[in-house]
Design a protein around this ligand. Structure first.
Ligand code: ATP
Ligand code: MN
Ligand code: MN
Length: 301
């Protein structure tokens, strides 16, 4: 049904022309977070998220019945996103073209929320240069039972090893269990080159310290270890975007942090959708100045 906003359910305060229907529909049953809350969150933090999430192919985690029910990844427009969500045609490995979604402004983000999106995931390359990634991600996935402290130490170790190679990296709490170590790069190397670099890096760490790290996805091999998920760095893969809400209990946020702050952090889900104002203040603080930004290229190794 097409029930619009009513007087008791005001539309999002921030600047967006997108009408949100079903404001009071509960999307996170444990915490009572509604679709209107979700739209307000995204309208507020869009200025923080867009520098990282705009103009790159995205996958959305949509949960039309709320996060307790069936959720799915959506990469393509089913015809209903409207004009504010843009399309880019990308060829697959067989040469067939397909339309992918991207957003370039707050209205685009909110139009996705109107369509039931909770999470925003993005490619490691931008729509204007799809074949040359501008971001490499090492997604640290701890085995069940490992504490956050182990994951945090692993992230710091990756930071040091990347620095040995001349690469600056930035940590992001996934909002789930792990940490993403993000390496911005100038869009010069191709996907196969970036994939190869990240695979060799992850495998080198795993073979140097096999009790601690594993570089293959197989869950059974993870026992007590941290999977360095380098597979995010292949063409067509995505990683959750900074400031995305996660479709998990309590509506945690994928949150940028500084390496110094990380030392004091005890969980991958520190902030929730209720913390939009805190996130805005944090983003303006010296700790996060320049987060995610570095001009650098992959070394020849
Ligand atoms: P956590 O810290 O709990 O691992 P995460 O976001 O890193 O959270 P992963 O399961 O490790 O979750 O997935 C890493 C990334 O891979 C996700 O952020 C997402 O972009 C992508 N991904 C995971 N599962 C799928 C899927 N079924 N389809 C498409 N992309 C996926
Ligand atoms: Mn992960
Ligand atoms: Mn993973």
């Amino acid at each position: 049904d097409l029930q619009g906003p009513t007087a008791s359910e005001p539309p999002p305060a921030a600047a967006t022309s997108i009408a949100i229907t079903h404001h009071s529909r509960v999307v996170f049953p444990e915490s009572g977070v509604t679709k209107g809350d979700l739209a307000n969150y995204y309208a507020t933090i869009a200025p923080l998220m867009l520098p990282f999430a705009r103009d790159r192919p995205i996958s959305l985690v949509r949960c039309p019945q709320g996060r307790g029910r069936k959720c799915f990844f959506q990469k393509h427009d089913a015809g209903s996103f409207g004009d504010h969500v843009r399309h880019v045609s990308i060829h697959d490995k067989d040469g067939d073209a397909d339309d992918y979604l991207y957003v370039d402004d707050t209205d685009g983000v909110i139009a996705c929320v109107q369509m039931g999106a909770i999470e925003f995931h993005g490619w490691g390359s931008m729509v204007g240069a799809v074949e040359t990634p501008d971001r490499m991600v090492f997604d640290l996935d701890p085995d069940e039972g490992l504490g956050f402290a182990e994951t945090r130490r692993a992230a710091e170790y990756l930071k040091e090893q990347l620095a040995e190679l001349g690469l600056t990296s930035f940590p992001m709490l996934s909002g789930g269990k792990g940490i993403h170590v993000i390496v911005p790069i100038s869009p010069e190397a191709t996907w196969p080159e970036v994939k190869s670099f990240s695979e060799r890096f992850a495998r080198a760490l795993a073979s140097a310290d096999p009790k601690r790290f594993v570089a293959t996805m197989t869950k059974s091999k993870r026992s007590g270890r941290i999977f360095i998920d380098w597979l995010r760095n292949q063409r067509g893969s995505t990683a959750v975007m900074p400031y995305s809400v996660r479709a998990r209990a309590g509506a945690p946020i994928a949150a940028p942090v500084s390496w110094t702050e990380l030392r004091e952090i005890e969980t991958a889900g520190v902030w929730t959708l209720r913390d939009a104002d805190k996130l805005l203040r944090r983003a303006a603080s010296p700790a996060l100045a320049g987060w995610g930004m570095a001009r650098q290229t992959l070394p020849d190794v």
